[in-house]
Design a protein around this ligand. Structure first.
Ligand code: URA
Length: 247
């Protein structure tokens, strides 16, 4: 694949912009897996095998990914919308190549896999793999999501048992139940859900006469939000991370 096409596929702008970056000497390539120092290329037509290629563009390391899968530690007071109404969009937290990755010739960028409320923090996945988003959002694909919930009133065994047995929400007569639920302390509930209904945690907790004061998603499937990923930071997902989600 030509170097300019590789850069284009990674979201560094139009082919013309990418050719410009290369000609200006702003693109370097690590020539082997072990290479510590990258080599500058000024010919945009130079051919490389894209898989596993490590680039350095304008001083920033950028490993080639045919599809992008990332995790974001969503901070509070951000919206999971491209067109937010009140708070900044989570997309502003991502570097521009992730937002400008092309798909079928048009700028598409990565999209969030499901949404978290503006006042919820924690683990959010984003990708430009439409099939992955579809699979993860399908009701048949029950990925358990773990929420750390701080509640207003002290928790009782009855509340925990009701959440496990199932509560009825206002939009569906069929009860929804927590796949797991434990009181970590008097005001800290750990709730695992396999569905993703609108405001589900808040509504379930309200249905047992309590109230959510703070909400954080700590885990999706076997993938935990790493302790060293601060709010607002993102990270590429490895193959092992991806496998752990549905493991
Ligand atoms: N449940 C909610 O109520 N809000 C979220 O953001 C996620 C799950």
């Amino acid at each position: 694949m030509q170097l300019q096409d590789i850069l284009y596929s990674q979201g560094f702008g139009t082919r013309r912009v990418c050719a410009g970056l290369i000609q200006q000497g702003l693109v370097q390539v690590y020539e082997s897996n072990e290479a510590i120092t990258p080599v500058e290329y000024r010919q945009s037509a130079t051919e490389f095998a894209a898989d596993g290629l490590r680039l350095r563009v304008q001083g920033i390391d950028w490993p080639y990914h045919q599809k992008a899968y990332v995790m974001l530690h969503k901070p509070l007071a951000t919206e999971c919308s491209q067109k937010p109404s009140t708070y900044p969009s989570i997309y502003t937290l991502l570097p521009s190549p992730l937002r400008l990755r092309p798909q079928k010739g048009a700028v598409q960028g990565v999209q969030a896999v499901g949404r978290l409320d503006q006042d919820t923090s924690g683990l959010l996945l984003l990708t430009d793999d439409g099939k992955f988003i579809h699979r993860m959002s399908s009701p048949r694909h029950h990925v358990p999501k773990v929420y750390e919930v701080i509640v207003k009133h002290p928790l009782s065994d009855a509340q925990v048992n009701k959440l496990l047995a199932g509560v009825v929400l206002d939009d569906d007569p069929k009860p929804v139940r927590a796949a797991a639920c434990e009181a970590v302390s008097s005001h800290h509930l750990r709730l695992t859900l396999t569905e993703g209904k609108y405001h589900q945690v808040k509504r379930m907790v309200a249905a047992v006469s309590n109230r959510v004061e703070a909400l954080h998603r700590s885990q999706m499937g076997g993938l935990r939000l790493p302790d060293d990923l601060a709010p607002g930071q993102w990270r590429w997902l490895s193959q092992a991370d991806l496998a752990s989600i549905s493991a």
